[in-house]
Write a protein that binds this ligand. Structure first.
Ligand code: ZN
Length: 213
């Protein structure tokens, strides 16, 4: 759905209420207009970003700044990998269609930094890896469905620190990437063939949350 931000900010409750919502109780929200129906939706900033990220909303003629879920840097501080995490929505036909839409939205509206590798994890169990994400290529290089891969990391989550699902997924993905880099066990072919394992191994700096431009 296309939306147009009205630019009007006021105190109200957010109508979207994702798990990152900052306005479940009255707080700062902004009004956006749906297009073409012109219905007003009051939304807080984190939910607006999340709706765009999930591919639910597209903002015409606007870029919003946002953070990436996980960013991996080389020892010389070059951004090598951006990881985005989303949940499969019932409103989209297939996981891949949703993934392509998220990627398209991130590239065209959200200003994600161009990196050699871009990994989109669509919960549960869908991995989409772009291996030359410096150029916009709509189709991922690898599309992998594997629900078992993250399960042990989700189940071992330190739950007191990771309360909501997006925090738990982020923690699980971080621990999984660490293991991909350092495990001596055999990995699925796509992690080796793509160069992702070697990239992670060579990135000695700790993973950190990036601020996108
Ligand atoms: Zn909200």
């Amino acid at each position: 759905m296309n939306i147009e931000p009205s630019g009007v900010v006021f105190t109200g409750t957010c109508e979207i209420q994702t798990d990152r919502c900052k306005a479940k109780e009255p707080a700062a929200v902004s009004a956006v207009w749906t297009s073409p129906a012109r219905r007003q939706v009051d939304v807080c900033t984190p939910c607006l970003e999340e709706q765009v990220r999930l591919g639910e909303w597209e903002i015409r003629h606007a870029r919003i700044s946002r953070r990436s879920d996980i960013a991996v840097y080389s020892p010389d501080h070059q951004l090598q990998l951006v990881v985005e995490i989303a949940e499969k929505l019932a409103t989209h036909a297939t996981p891949q269609q949703q993934a392509l839409r998220i990627y398209h939205n991130l590239c065209t509206h959200a200003g994600i930094p161009r990196t050699p590798y871009f990994l989109l994890y669509l919960h549960p169990g869908h991995f989409y890896l772009w291996t030359n994400a410096r150029a916009y290529v709509p189709e991922p290089t690898y599309a992998i469905d594997d629900e078992s891969m993250l399960k042990p990391y989700l189940h071992n989550a330190p739950s007191s620190f990771e309360s909501n699902l997006s925090d738990r997924l982020k923690g699980a993905l971080e621990r999984w990437l660490e293991d991909v880099a350092h495990t001596r066990q055999a990995l699925p072919d796509w992690l080796v063939e793509s160069g992702l394992r070697d990239l992670l191994k060579n990135c000695s700096t700790p993973m950190q949350t990036a601020l996108a431009a």
